[in-house]
Design a protein around this ligand. Structure first.
Ligand SMILES: [Zn+2]
Length: 341
């Protein structure tokens, strides 16, 4: 390895694990405490193990803070570069299950992700704001996901919609997506009414449980905080790391943790509301073409075909979102979104 200027003035090195010799046994988090009071921000990378842009952006910024090139003056920021270390080690989305579902502490953990949740949930509890950094499989522009409007309902009561929208706008992307948990819960209700017969009992229990839609941001809101999921770009897009980095720095600026200039929010924002989810009912259900997230469709346009040959059509003018051609039977095939009225 070449000498770098920092080897004369050694900083804490924070390499991402590249040569794991065993199954991960710990979760790394690092907190910078400003010396003045302020909000507590949590930044997560690699909740999905093959989504590494957040981990890379976090690691670079930790080094910059550690070297003294940047400062946290008030509040605290905690960085978790790799939130699912097993999935990260395996270079895949999940370890034993999707960490970003069914997020809750468990008295009797059943799998690796349950054990991570038992450490991660107290970390979420002890912060006010969450920035969760992801990437996606098919091409397209970055987008950011927010929670519900302020409400006192049963499913997802919330009182920080305005702050959360500010955060979403300052992370950078002009496209904002809302309505995830509500739409997911509708899918859960439908699955519960018509259970798939070939799914394993545990998988079936999970996908028919409304709590299964609860990921990091939903958990954060349920505990009185707020947060956004930033989808920084395609998994292998080199620009995704820059998107993640920009979002972290702008969040630090917005919350006043770090003395950084706040960039104006995008003027041409587009807010899309998820309104429905369609499950794959058979392994022979196929899309009519290779959809990318946010491809526009007209009312009645054929999106895919069931195994029986029956077309699956767009209910109204809108957008195909999160299409998954390899979805498991009985699970989400694609979402349908519309522009917020
Ligand atoms: Zn993800």
């Amino acid at each position: 390895m070449n000498q770098t200027p920092h080897e004369q003035n050694p900083a804490i090195a924070l390499p991402l694990p590249t040569h794991p010799v065993q199954r991960p046994a710990h979760l790394l988090s690092l907190t910078f405490h400003g010396l003045a009071p302020g909000p507590r921000l949590l930044v997560l990378g690699a909740v999905h193990g093959n989504e590494v842009c957040g981990a890379q952006a976090i690691t670079a910024l930790i080094e910059e803070f550690t070297r003294g090139e940047r400062a946290i003056e008030r509040g605290t920021v905690t960085f978790v570069p790799v939130t699912n270390p097993l999935a990260y080690q395996l270079k895949q989305r999940t370890g034993e299950r999707n960490l970003n579902r069914n997020m809750a502490p468990s008295a009797i953990p059943q799998d690796f992700e349950d054990r991570i949740a038992n450490v991660l949930c107290p970390l979420l509890d002890s912060h006010d704001v969450l920035l969760d950094l992801h990437s996606f499989h098919t091409g397209g522009a970055p987008f950011v996901m927010i929670g519900p409007s302020d409400n006192r309902g049963q499913l997802e009561p919330f009182a920080h919609a305005a702050e959360e929208m500010q955060l979403a706008l300052h992370t950078g992307p002009h496209r904002i997506v809302e309505g995830w948990l509500e739409t997911y819960a509708r899918g859960v209700q439908r699955r519960a009414a018509a259970p798939a017969t070939d799914a394993s009992r545990r998988a079936q229990t999970l996908v028919t449980n409304p709590n299964y839609g609860v990921g990091t941001t939903e958990y954060m809101r349920a505990r009185g905080g707020y947060g956004v999921t930033l989808e920084c770009g395609q998994h292998d897009d080199p620009q995704a790391v820059g998107v993640a980095r920009h979002a972290i720095l702008q969040t630090l600026a917005l919350l006043g943790l770090s003395p950084l200039p706040l960039v104006a929010e995008p003027a041409d924002r587009e807010i899309l509301r998820l309104v429905d989810v369609t499950d794959r009912e058979d392994a022979n259900d196929t899309f009519i073409r290779e959809w990318r997230s946010f491809d526009a469709v007209s009312a009645g346009e054929v999106i895919g075909r069931r195994q029986s040959g029956m077309p699956v059509k767009a209910p109204q003018d809108g957008f195909v979102v999160f299409p998954n051609p390899r979805a498991e039977v009985g699970q989400e095939w694609f979402y349908f979104a519309q522009k917020r009225a």
